[in-house]
Design a protein around this ligand. Structure first.
Ligand code: UDX
Length: 449
């Protein structure tokens, strides 16, 4: 059993705290947001993550997990402090480190004994060194500490199983024994542990996310070509994925990647390259393709509606940036919905988990209680998040209540032929089969919007 303090109760901090407690450690979780801590103490989760509530409840009951707004309480017995605060993008694309800075300063001013400070937030290469400098400068009197980078690879929606069954754990430090001490915390997970230097660990996180984003943009570009040439990108991806060197994951064409990580991390990596005098050609293309993918879906809807969205009603299924989360940060759906409304359309929208966020963020949407309600009376229905509950809808019922039977499937959830048999005018992404692309493909241009 080790004593761990986790700073931050967001999508990274809470699963990390809950999982470390579940592995038998004593974990104190600190957040400066009084309201969040009050909710957690009352057993309410500030975020939706499958399995999180049970995990937290079980470990609080067992006395291994507690919550506080006090750094004094959090750090009192801590051998390890995990920084899991947000690193949003600043206006210029650089990661905004104000929360990391604040956490480092407060740790420095509060610590009364030596400890290992582990950074889990995604931070620009060099931030570990910068954090160590801030801590040294902010300490009222020198106390020993080491900084270790341990980038998180958790996906929202599967954060708990990703923590418990990681592909690997990456640890970087200029102090090898500190990294080895952190490795002990991860040994019960029986996954490979790579120990390297601070900057390399920080870079592994950016390179991994940028590579996955590149895979998505690659297949999205292929999807546009498929539409023009009459091929089906879902089959192309399957055929490619059997090749072990390529792999089948992250090859689903759609409305582009979103969320709190990929858009921000690719931008930040490109920015790091730029500020060091390099031209990040591939990363720029990855971002450009991702932006285009959202526009492409709007062009498709507009074309099917006769060239104008003015006074049309569009039903939207899915607002979260992906399934199994309530998170709408950088959601492709948000961009699409805003653009539809800007071009004069009314938008009826439904998401199984993200309605609360969406209503706050998307002024003017007509919120619905179900997929069926969102489809009623609309001129087109568009799928933007691949939730399971959208996969087996009663399509006869949906089509009957729609004003026009136009179905635009931004996530390729359905079989085109089956949807045509249900009487829909169906368009997926990158599925030029049956002449779809040849009659409705768009040139790869963003000038139309
Ligand atoms: C990601 C990384 O996977 C994780 O390792 C890192 O720690 C944080 O960023 P997350 O943001 O939760 O996790 O989402 P992920 O499941 O990776 O999906 C990102 C986006 O890509 C979503 O919008 C998703 O819909 C999209 N996506 C994913 C595709 O469009 N096609 C795919 O084939 C896969």
């Amino acid at each position: 059993m080790k004593n761990i303090c986790v700073i931050g109760t967001g999508y990274v901090g809470l699963p990390t705290a809950g999982c470390f407690a579940d592995l038998g450690n004593r974990v104190v979780t600190v957040d400066i947001d009084e309201r969040k801590i009050q909710r957690l103490l009352a057993g309410q989760m500030p975020i939706y993550e499958p399995g999180l509530e049970e995990l937290i409840e079980r470990n609080v009951k067992a006395g291994r997990l507690s919550f506080t707004t006090s750094y004094e309480e959090g750090l009192r017995d801590a051998e390890y402090v995990f920084i899991c605060v947000g690193t949003p993008s600043a206006v210029d694309g650089e990661a905004d480190l104000k929360y990391v800075r604040a956490a480092a300063q407060t740790i420095a001013q509060t610590m009364t004994h030596p400890m290992i400070i582990v950074n889990k937030s995604t931070v620009p290469v060099g931030t570990g060194d910068w954090t160590a400098e801030i801590i040294s400068k902010s300490q009222p009197k020198p106390i020993d500490f080491a900084v270790v980078s341990c980038p998180e690879f958790l996906r929202e929606g599967s954060a708990i199983s990703d923590f418990m069954k990681p592909d690997r754990t990456v640890l970087g430090s200029n102090n090898r024994s500190a990294a080895e001490a952190v490795a002990e915390l991860y040994e019960p997970l029986h996954a490979p542990i790579l120990i390297t230097d601070l900057r390399t660990a920080e870079m592994i996180k950016y390179a991994s996310n940028a590579f996955l984003a590149t895979k998505i943009s690659f297949i999205n570009e292929i999807s546009i070509i498929c539409e023009r040439l009459g091929a089906d990108v879902t089959e192309v991806a399957r055929g490619m994925g059997y090749d072990k060197r390529i792999g089948s994951q992250f090859l689903q064409a759609g409305v582009g990647y979103g969320g709190s990580c990929f858009p921000k991390d690719v931008k930040a990596l490109a920015n790091m390259a730029l500020t060091h005098g390099m031209h990040p050609q591939l990363l720029n293309a990855v971002m450009e393709i991702n932006d285009f993918q959202r526009k492409h879906i709007i062009l498709k809807i507009r074309d099917l509606l006769g060239g104008s969205l003015e006074d049309k009603t569009v039903g939207v299924l899915g607002l979260a940036f992906k399934e199994n989360t309530d998170d709408t940060r950088e959601s492709p759906a948000s961009t699409v919905v805003r653009s539809l409304m800007n071009q004069g359309a009314r938008v009826k929208a439904y998401d199984p988990m993200a309605m609360e966020h969406a209503i706050r963020e998307l002024d003017g949407i007509i919120p619905c209680q179900s997929a069926y309600e969102a489809a009623e009376g609309v001129d087109a229905l568009v799928i933007l998040t691949p939730w399971n509950e959208f996969k087996n809808l009663d399509f006869e019922r949906i089509r009957r209540t729609m004003h026009e039977p136009i179905l635009v499937d931004g996530r390729n959830l359905y079989d085109p032929e089956t949807m045509r048999q249900h009487g829909f005018v169906y368009r997926g992404v990158g599925r030029g089969y049956n002449g779809e692309g040849r009659t409705n493909g768009h040139a790869h241009t963003t000038s139309a919007l």
